[in-house]
Every structure is written in structure tokens, then in C-alpha cells.
Design a protein around this ligand. Structure first.
Ligand SMILES: [Zn+2]
Length: 217
């Protein structure tokens, strides 16, 4: 997997954020670790989605410093870099302010695991991370402190929005899409009553089956 291919992949994955209704204007970003290198590729700052090209993507080191690219990197680059530094198993990171999930973040409330699809993908509630201002490592620290040792690949950063991680950038995008979908469904369920819990033993079975058995092998 070379950098040129990752740049191309990231254009398609940013299109997916639009396609699934997760972002408006220039908010939201996807990054991908360059395998075997202390580098990742990320969206340029302030460039609209219809202007993104493979060439416009920027390459940064794991301190978030620009290594290659004509544009400044995303303003969320420090958070992505922190995650890559601290979680070597992570190959992709996504950030969005998708509406329903961010509404849960605004209340600082985790999304309870009350859907089988949630047990499949998240294996637990979707947790809330701390309030943190942009500009230093605080957002990255909050993401890592919340997701390390947690099954969920998504965290709701309080008053802010969603960060997801995955083995690949595509997996992190999938987690962002699923996070918004279940946040919406559980929100709607809440309007007419309290959703029924799923027993932890059943959540465990669903998670194990989906993560290890489901799909084409
Ligand atoms: Zn944000």
C-alpha cells in the first residue's frame, strides 16, 4: 500500500462521509496510516469536499507535522497523530459532527447498547470522552483514554462530535456510519419510552459472532 494509493482511497472515503450524510461544509476528516512508516495521510484543512483530489491530501509524521503536500493539514491533525502514536494497531481515524451522535455528545450521554446491530459493531455502549479544546494533545488523549481497552471503535467527545478508529481508514468510516445510524435509532426509540436492554451475555455472543464469523471469509 503506497502513499499514492492511500491518497486516492481517501478521496473516495471522504465522498462516503457525504454519501452517508455525516458531514456539512468542510467539517469532518479521514486519515490513513502509511503501513510500515511513521506517517499518515489526512485531509487538507478548509478544502471543500468537491475540491478534494488525491494530490490535495497531505502526508504528516506522527507528531502531526507536514511532510508532503501543498496544503496545510486538517485542524484535527494533532488528534489523529496522537491516536496513531499511542495505538499502533489503528490504521485509520475518522472525525465527524454527524447530527444524532453529536446530539448524544452534547448531553455527554453514552449511547446504550440496545440494538443487535450495535452489539455486532460496537460490542458495548458507545462511550463519551472528555470535553477538550482543539490546539494541543487534549482531544487525542481523551480519545485514547476512552477507547483503549474498550470494544467500541467510536467515542463521542463531549460537546463536540465523533471520533472513530479502525484497522483501516475504511473500517473507521464504517464505524462512523454505523455510529450515526444507531445513535439515530436509539434516539427515536427514546421518544416513546425506554429501550429494552440486551443481556451482557447476548451482547458478548453477538459481538463475537459478528467480529469472528460473519461475512465472506
Ligand atoms: Zn470537530
Amino acid at each position: 500500500m503506497d502513499v499514492d494509493q492511500l491518497r486516492k482511497d481517501l478521496v473516495g472515503l471522504h465522498d462516503d462521509l457525504i454519501r452517508w450524510g455525516l458531514v456539512v461544509w468542510t467539517a469532518g476528516n479521514v486519515s490513513a496510516r502509511v503501513p510500515g512508516e511513521n506517517l499518515f495521510v489526512i485531509k487538507p484543512s478548509g478544502v471543500t469536499y468537491d475540491q478534494l483530489t488525491p494530490e490535495s491530501m497531505v502526508v504528516c509524521d506522527l507528531d502531526g507535522q507536514l511532510v508532503d503536500g501543498a496544503f496545510a493539514p486538517s485542524s484535527d491533525t494533532a488528534a489523529h497523530a496522537y491516536v496513531y502514536r499511542e495505538m499502533p494497531e489503528v490504521g485509520g481515524v475518522v472525525h465527524t459532527h454527524s447530527t444524532y451522535a453529536t446530539a448524544w455528545a452534547a448531553r455527554g450521554e453514552p449511547v446504550p447498547c440496545v440494538l443487535t446491530a450495535m452489539a455486532d459493531e460496537f460490542g458495548a455502549e458507545i462511550p463519551v470522552g472528555p470535553f477538550a479544546l482543539i490546539g494541543n494533545d487534549d482531544i487525542g488523549k481523551g480519545i485514547v483514554a476512552t477507547l483503549r481497552g474498550h470494544r467500541s471503535p467510536a467515542v463521542l467527545m463531549q460537546n463536540h462530535g465523533v471520533f472513530t478508529i479502525g484497522k483501516s481508514a475504511r473500517a473507521a468510516v464504517k464505524a462512523a456510519v454505523m455510529c450515526e445510524d444507531v445513535a439515530r435509532t436509539v434516539h427515536i426509540a427514546r421518544q416513546l419510552g425506554e429501550p429494552l436492554p440486551i443481556a451482557q451475555s447476548d451482547i458478548d455472543k453477538l459481538y463475537d459472532r459478528y467480529q469472528n464469523v460473519y461475512g465472506q471469509r
